[in-house]
Ligand binder design. Structure first.
Ligand code: ADP
Ligand code: MG
Length: 233
């Protein structure tokens, strides 16, 4: 049966603590990266290969730490009136190279009339990049991603649909958990970060998936959202 899963708030106390610690990890990482660069000079080809591995693993740690920090202290959203179509098109332009590399084509189904919402354009782009990236990464061979924008009475709907392998039922309930990933190089934080951003925009993020048929991520964002005053500490 088709499984509809609503990401619920599963960021545990441990997740919060880890996010706080993430900040402290950043400085030593910068030092390590700097010394790696210095060591490259005069190193043998074998040492060079090892240094490249060290640096690519460093990049991975930086990615995880960056996402954890985004969770711990989300950047203050700057709300402006934005044309949703433009945001989607800009993100797709950005993602097309990676999609082509994976033999994935991205199809757009966007209304002609401009749809405008109040949002932080960079955060919205981050959400779309995370979702589209997941779809691209899900395909084993080639595939199609279909992005649809619909304007309803008082909200808009953006759906990102792929015909990839889908998500097993037992994994669907783990989607909202910090660090849940099925990828060798995944962080398991992308959906969580995305959901946080969407919530801060008064919206919702749903994942619907069926094995061997594909996955649809549905974003709903209110048309007339009154952002709350900044209450970050
Ligand atoms: P990451 O991409 O780093 O693994 P995410 O939070 O973005 O972390 O995604 C968590 C997991 O959800 C992925 O590892 C994958 O198993 C699953 N997933 C997300 N989107 C899709 C999709 N479109 N198709 C199949 N699986 C998906
Ligand atoms: Mg991801």
């Amino acid at each position: 049966a088709e499984e509809i899963f609503r990401l619920s708030d599963k960021l545990s106390g441990v997740g919060q603590l880890a996010a706080g610690v993430a900040h402290e990890i950043r400085n030593p990482l910068t030092a390590i990266r700097g010394f790696c660069r210095l060591m490259e000079e005069g190193s043998t080809p074998t040492q060079m290969r090892y240094l490249q591995i060290v640096q690519s693993e460093l990049s991975r740690i930086e990615l995880i730490v960056g996402e954890m920090m985004a969770l711990a202290k989300p950047a203050v959203a700057v709300f402006r009136s934005e044309i949703v179509r433009n945001i989607i098109e800009e993100v797709v332009t950005l993602m097309n190279a990676e999609a082509l590399l994976h033999n994935v084509s991205i199809q757009l189904d966007l209304p002609k009339a401009p749809v405008i919402i109040q949002c932080d354009v960079n955060q919205m782009k981050q959400v779309l990049v995370n979702i589209i990236k997941n779809a691209v990464e899900a395909f084993h061979e080639s595939g199609v991603i279909r992005i649809t924008l619909r304007s309803k009475e008082d909200f808009i709907e953006i759906s990102v649909e792929d015909n990839g392998p889908g998500i097993p039922e037992e994994d669907l309930e783990l989607l909202g958990k910090p660090f849940f990933t099925t990828k060798e190089k995944g962080t398991g934080l992308g959906l969580l970060v995305s959901r946080r951003i969407v919530q801060a925009h008064g919206g919702t993020l749903h994942v619907r998936s069926k094995l061997a048929e594909g996955t649809t991520v549905l974003l709903r964002l209110p048309l007339n959202f009154e952002p709350a005053m900044d209450e970050n500490d």
